[in-house]
Design a protein around this ligand. Structure first.
Ligand code: MTE
Length: 293
């Protein structure tokens, strides 16, 4: 039997959740769990998911985002969809991911720094959003950008990265059914430190591809340059697929530390494509993944 996080949440807590959960139910999560082989995994707690973060716009420490992201204004918020689309425009988050269509997806998140979590996201497939915008035949890649707002994002006042944070996917990766635009976790709107109000989640890639607080999505015919790739191309590639056989130049990617597992828990083996190989390996057939890391 497949459980959603709400099946193991005390009813009193469950009943306090926002109405967004009303549209979910076990059916929404069961296929995701079955498809991703996640049965048997333990979810990370809300406490862990919201207090151990990477969000350099708010500082480089793991607790900086929890401390400083509260001041980010996330409403109103629009996402500009432009480039090679039939219906370019600025869309409200509630347009892109209406409460009655968001689904729960329980995914592993594997950071390039070799730690991991299991997170119950809420969101909509990016594919649905792009299809509604109307992808034109010439589009081959999708570029993403985070909000640029140094007044509210203290990390952006320091030129440690080339702000705003940027990421990109090949079009087939963007249209893959596992690729999510997340607007919530644990049945509630996304906490600011996790990328409110809307962020990307690409579960088979290192976490840095899952760009937070997205304000722009551009369909293009050229491979976009991503922030970490531009910063240190020998360490962070465009693809960034989780791959235990291709080490980071400064550390092994063969194993990972599950956040919250405890001091005496051993490291876990990292799985090819973070455990999603059955669904995604076909997209990389014939590619040399040591070269296209
Ligand atoms: N997006 C932006 N805009 N800025 C960031 O610093 N960090 C990335 C990614 N998205 C980052 C970002 C990294 S390295 C990881 S591991 C994940 O967000 C962490 O997501 P989480 O804090 O929700 O677990």
């Amino acid at each position: 039997m497949k459980l959603t996080w709400s099946d193991v949440t005390p009813r009193s807590v469950y009943l306090n959740r926002r109405a967004v959960l009303a549209g979910l139910g076990a059916v929404a999560a069961a296929p995701a769990l079955a498809a991703t082989g996640l049965a048997g995994e333990t979810l990370n707690s809300l406490e862990e998911i919201t207090n151990y973060n990477n969000f350099y716009e708010f500082g480089t420490g793991k607790e900086d985002p929890a401390r400083h992201a509260g001041g980010l204004t996330t409403e109103p918020w629009t996402v500009k969809i432009d480039g090679l689309v039939d219906r370019p425009g600025s869309y409200a988050v509630s347009d892109l991911a209406p409460d009655n269509v968001v689904e729960e997806r329980i995914y592993r998140l594997r950071c390039v720094e070799a730690w991991s979590m299991v997170i119950p996201w809420l969101g909509v497939p990016l594919e649905d959003v792009l299809s509604r915008a109307g992808v034109q035949p010439g589009a081959k890649f999708v570029a993403f950008q985070t909000l640029l707002r140094p007044e509210e994002m203290p990390g952006q006042r320091v030129p440690m990265l080339d702000w705003p944070y940027r990421e990109g996917l090949r079009l087939d990766e963007a249209m893959h059914p596992l690729t999510l635009l997340a607007t919530g976790l644990y049945g509630k709107p996304l906490p600011n430190q996790n990328g409110a109000p809307i962020r990307l989640v690409v579960p088979w890639k290192y976490g840095f591809k899952s760009i937070k607080s997205v304000v722009r999505i551009t369909l293009t015919d050229r491979q976009p340059v991503a922030t970490w790739q531009a910063m240190q191309p020998s360490e962070y590639g465009f693809y960034a697929n989780v791959n235990p056989t291709v080490d980071h130049p400064r550390w092994s990617q063969a194993t990972e530390r599950r956040i919250g597992a405890g001091l005496f828990a051993g490291r876990e083996e990292t799985l090819m494509f973070n455990g999603y190989a059955d669904q995604v390996a076909g997209m990389y057939a014939g590619m040399d993944l040591a070269r296209d890391y």
